[in-house]
Design a protein around this ligand. Structure first.
Ligand SMILES: *[C@@H]1O[C@H](CO)[C@@H](O)[C@H](O)[C@H]1NC(C)=O
Ligand SMILES: *[C@@H]1O[C@H](CO)[C@@H](O)[C@H](O)[C@H]1NC(C)=O
Ligand SMILES: *[C@@H]1O[C@H](CO)[C@@H](O)[C@H](O)[C@H]1NC(C)=O
Ligand SMILES: *[C@@H]1O[C@H](CO)[C@@H](O)[C@H](O)[C@H]1NC(C)=O
Ligand SMILES: *[C@@H]1O[C@H](CO)[C@@H](O)[C@H](O)[C@H]1NC(C)=O
Length: 477
């Protein structure tokens, strides 16, 4: 019984998988922008680097062998035609080609022929170099993006080397004769270099975290939920996008629903954020018992006509000041249920089911329970992006207040409800002031989002954006 259950559960978890709550789609426009930034960066880099030494051996039949080393090779000029990069479905990755590269180099040469050693300098030009590389994008067991080289092909059209100094006049004719050999030595160096830089990118990816603490209470999990998906014009990454309470991590009683980001032309990136992500944060706060507050009279604005004491509250509950004359009160406000967001076309809704427990503060500081009210509100709002800032507004659609328990006997809640509604609306007005000012869209050290638009959809928010790289990609070397 047990083994078959295990098999069944394994099958279920394999087939159902987990829907990503965050999707990031790189469009061809973004890929081409990335290529331009990358090509500019490579061009800059190439002019600074010293290439690895090239060594080889030229066999001169019965005369023996000439061992040669080209060392301290630096690039003096590089003609770097625009490379091409495309989404490559066959390998679930990218195909990059650089065709017709020409490079002029200078450096030193050393030869050893029997016991004769010699050295000098050289100039070398490589013409019509073609490099094509195919990489595969995958996912490691921890959900990090991984990149592996699938194939690399390098061809050199022509090599011209001029030796100077030493006995170069003896060497030069041999070099001219064995140019084919030198050419293939150079060809042989290119792909290992390309593969090394892919490994370098891979090691940066491996060092990335898949979860981040957003504050002292919440952490967000962002591993890939499945393999990257590549089609002819885009790369789609699905991320888990789930918040957890740091103190009491647990799965919420709801799941991420599948969603499809609508097609929107002309942007580098599309992103989708499911309401699940926001609701998992809500659950994290709720399950850690953080959605509660204590209110006492000193927190009530001085201008308020109602004070938090038994005489003042007596206007709503006539028996209260008779039972507990002239005592200060305190309120315990908390969420009864997980506050849940729902995203709808053009709007976001938030249901909040809360409770308020009222206490009288006795002279000896004992808190005597008085009554408990259930407060249910329904809020709706909008979010949008304007001048690079994420803004929002909220309004209250519904506010109801009902008596859930009372230690002071029954009383009417109509008047309290009216005041509660006014109080909530004042608080909302303050909140809207803050939301109206907006918050900057988060930016990374090396890149920021520009031309960003946001669209509310059923169950998710879609964001379409271009990106701008700010600095050189200093992190990758
Ligand atoms: C990854 O997380 C660990 C532990 O939370 C932290 O020490 C480290 O700095 C993080 N690394 C990066 C690259 O953010
Ligand atoms: C009200 O609560 C605040 C913060 O918890 C506290 O500093 C203050 O002393 C309290 N005031 C009264 C009158 O209990
Ligand atoms: C209760 O509030 C009233 C105002 O409504 C105020 O005059 C009175 O001094 C307050 N009593 C206490 C004990 O704070
Ligand atoms: C505090 O005072 C109240 C009312 O006078 C009384 O009922 C209660 O027993 C007292 N509590 C303590 C711990 O003294
Ligand atoms: C407000 O809430 C009450 C009680 O839950 C409900 O009967 C009523 O339909 C709601 N009104 C709106 C506009 O949602």
């Amino acid at each position: 019984m047990l083994p078959s259950m295990t098999v069944l559960l394994t099958l279920v978890s394999l087939t159902c998988g987990e829907n990503p709550a965050i999707q990031v789609i790189l469009k061809n426009k973004g890929l081409q922008y990335g290529k331009e930034v990358g090509a500019g960066w490579i061009q800059e880099k190439l002019e600074l680097i010293t290439l690895p030494d090239i060594s080889g051996v030229i066999k001169l039949g019965f005369l023996g062998k000439v061992y040669y080393t080209l060392t301290g090779i630096t690039i003096t000029k590089c003609d770097f035609p625009e490379p091409t990069v495309e989404f490559y479905q066959d390998a679930t990755g990218f195909k990059t080609s650089s065709l017709g590269l020409s490079v002029a180099m200078t450096g030193g040469w050393r030869t050893r022929f029997g016991i004769i050693r010699d050295h000098g300098s050289f100039n070398m030009a490589i013409f019509s170099m073609d490099v094509t590389s195919i990489v595969n994008l995958g996912k490691d067991p921890d959900g990090r993006l991984s990149v592996t080289s699938i194939s690399c092909d390098a061809r050199v059209g022509e090599v011209d080397i001029r030796f100077h100094g030493g006995a170069s006049w003896i060497i030069q004719p041999f070099v001219d004769h064995f140019k084919g050999r030198i050419k293939s030595d150079i060809e042989g160096k290119i792909c290992p270099t390309v593969e090394e830089s892919i490994l370098n990118v891979e090691s940066h990816l491996q060092a990335m975290n898949v979860s981040f603490d957003v504050n002292q209470d919440l952490t967000i999990d962002l591993p890939l939920t499945g393999l990257p998906v590549i089609d002819a014009s885009s790369l789609n990454l699905g991320l888990k996008g789930e918040f957890y309470s740091i103190k009491s991590p647990a799965e919420p009683p709801f799941e991420a629903q599948a969603f499809t980001i609508p097609e929107q032309q002309g942007y580098m990136l599309s992103m989708g954020l499911s309401e699940f992500t926001l609701n998992s944060a809500s659950y994290g706060y709720f399950s850690a018992g953080l959605l509660k507050a204590l209110i006492n009279d000193s927190m009530i604005p001085p201008s308020s006509p109602v004070r938090l004491n038994t005489s003042s509250i007596g206007q709503f509950i006539p028996q209260l000041p008779k039972m507990f004359p002239d005592l200060l009160m305190s309120l315990q406000v908390y969420a009864r249920e997980i506050p849940l967001f729902s995203f709808l076309p053009g709007a976001v809704k938030l249901g909040f089911q809360g409770a308020v427990k009222a206490f009288a503060i006795q002279a000896n500081k004992t808190q005597t329970p008085l009554f408990k009210l259930n407060v249910d509100t329904q809020l709706s709002g909008k979010v949008w992006i304007a001048s690079g800032k994420l803004k929002g507004s909220l309004k209250m659609d519904n506010f109801t207040l009902t008596l859930a328990a009372s230690e002071v006997g029954p009383f009417k809640t109509d008047a309290l409800e009216k005041y509660g509604r006014i109080g909530s609306m004042l608080a909302l007005a303050k909140l809207n002031e803050i939301l109206g000012k907006g918050v900057e869209i988060p930016r990374m050290r090396q890149a920021q989002l520009v031309n960003t638009v946001l669209q509310m959809e059923e169950g998710f928010i879609a964001i379409f954006s271009d990106a701008q790289v700010l600095l050189t990609l200093g992190g990758f070397n």
